[in-house]
Design a protein around this ligand. Structure first.
Ligand code: ATP
Ligand code: MG
Length: 389
């Protein structure tokens, strides 16, 4: 009997007109996520997606992959059947016996997405349930059955299964367009990137490093983080932007209290240039309000002032504990806490200004070669590609 996996998505959350695009993207992403697991076919059925194999499903691997495909609400290892309820009931019983399923009580639940099917859901439940009861002697328990047999009827075919696995939810990566995430190697920005992916954005990563003024630890952390996060979007681009020289030049002409904010304004400008090149529509940072001195509302205002694109801050209202919990969940925490040297502390005294006024910065920047720095930084960036699987 033909094996398959039935994938469900949240239909209610979809506006009617968006559904075909959503489904097409999700099918595409599922294909990519399991491309090395040799499915025979991945196709949209009515209101769900089917993945088909010749032979057995490499279930452990499939499960691990589908758990990271955004847009998947839940998924089930299933069997394919014809529309014949007679065939269906024999097939279901056969599988129950062959798989050696142990249960005292059971229930059958049928979902009929094919509205021209001649029998009602209740009819199917009764016929299949009656057959299982007669042949196994087990009792029906609709509230808390040991074994729940789910039957799904779509045009031309039907499926049945006994288990479901939860997916990650969200929207398929790519459906919402592209963003550039500024990733630092710390705890927050990888979580910010993850949350954007979950909302259907494809993330291009931009990291500013101060090598050779600082060592390569942070860059290595960022590479590990991007590689890890690529498992949620299947391919990633990372820009490693040389930033030390800009910092050094800022430090020789600007007093210490303004440097951090100036660094940040430069990061935004450079990231925006990269975003334009990549046809991204927004920048993303891991800022959360008031978390550190550089993230006061005042400073966010001042840094944001140079941006023309929207700067999205998915963590803005989160507490550090909440961010840490999510970092642990998605598996980035361990890498993020490896000790390194924060690039923004390079050439910085202990107490930076927490209130830098825009007018002051604009005045200071007038004497700096901002445009030249942006161009050189973008030209000097090392671009790395990642893919998974
Ligand atoms: P994170 O945990 O992401 O490092 P943080 O709490 O340490 O954040 P900051 O160091 O103030 O906060 O950085 C705020 C945001 O600025 C980061 O989340 C990131 O988006 C961006 N950022 C900071 N440093 C860099 C860098 N070297 N390269 C790229 N982006 C950076
Ligand atoms: Mg940081």
């Amino acid at each position: 009997m033909e094996r398959c996996v039935i994938v469900h998505y949240h239909e209610v959350a979809l506006k009617r007109g968006n559904r075909p695009r959503f489904v097409a993207k999700l099918v595409d992403n599922i294909r990519t996520a399991i491309r090395d697991l040799n499915p025979r076919d991945v196709r949209a059925l009515m209101g769900r997606i089917g993945i088909f194999w010749d032979g057995e499903i490499p279930w452990e691997m499939v499960r691990e992959r589908l758990k990271r495909v955004f847009g998947v609400s839940y998924f089930c290892p299933a069997y394919r059947s014809s529309h014949s309820v007679e065939e269906m009931k024999e097939a279901i019983l056969g599988v129950i016996e062959r798989e050696g399923r142990v249960f005292d009580s059971f229930a059958v639940k049928t979902r009929r997405s094919f509205k021209d099917f001649p029998l009602t859901s209740v009819d199917v439940n009764t016929i299949v349930g009656g057959h299982i009861k007669a042949r196994t002697g087990k009792r029906v328990d609709l509230k808390a059955p040991d074994l729940l047999v789910t039957i799904e009827i779509v045009p031309r075919e039907a499926f049945f299964y006994f288990e479901r696995e939860e997916g990650p939810g969200g929207l398929p990566v790519g459906i919402s367009g592209r963003v550039c995430t500024l990733i630092s190697g710390g705890i927050d920005s990888p979580v910010a990137a993850y949350r954007m992916m979950k909302r259907g954005c494809e993330v291009v990563f931009v990291h500013f490093h101060s090598y050779p003024y600082l060592d390569k630890t942070t860059q290595e952390k960022v590479i590990t983080l991007v590689r890890h996060l690529t498992r949620y979007q299947f391919s990633s681009t990372l820009y490693l932007v040389p930033f030390g020289e800009i910092q050094r030049e800022i430090s020789v002409s600007v007093e210490p209290s303004y440097r951090v904010v100036l660094y940040r304004r430069m990061m935004i400008r450079i990231a925006e240039r990269i975003a334009e090149k990549e046809r991204a529509r927004a920048l993303v940072t891991g800022e959360s309000i008031g978390q550190v001195a550089s993230q006061t509302l005042e400073n966010i205002y001042t840094i944001n002032d140079v941006a023309r694109m929207p700067v999205l801050r998915p963590l803005i209202g989160m507490d550090k504990d909440e961010i840490i919990a999510q970092a642990k969940e998605i598996g980035t925490f361990e890498t993020s806490i490896i000790p390194d040297q924060d690039c923004c502390q390079l050439f910085i005294p202990r107490h930076p200004a927490t209130k830098a006024r825009v007018e002051d910065l604009v005045t200071k920047e007038r004497d700096l070669d901002i445009e030249g720095w942006v161009e050189r930084a973008v030209a000097g960036a090392e671009v790395r590609s990642f893919s998974y699987p």
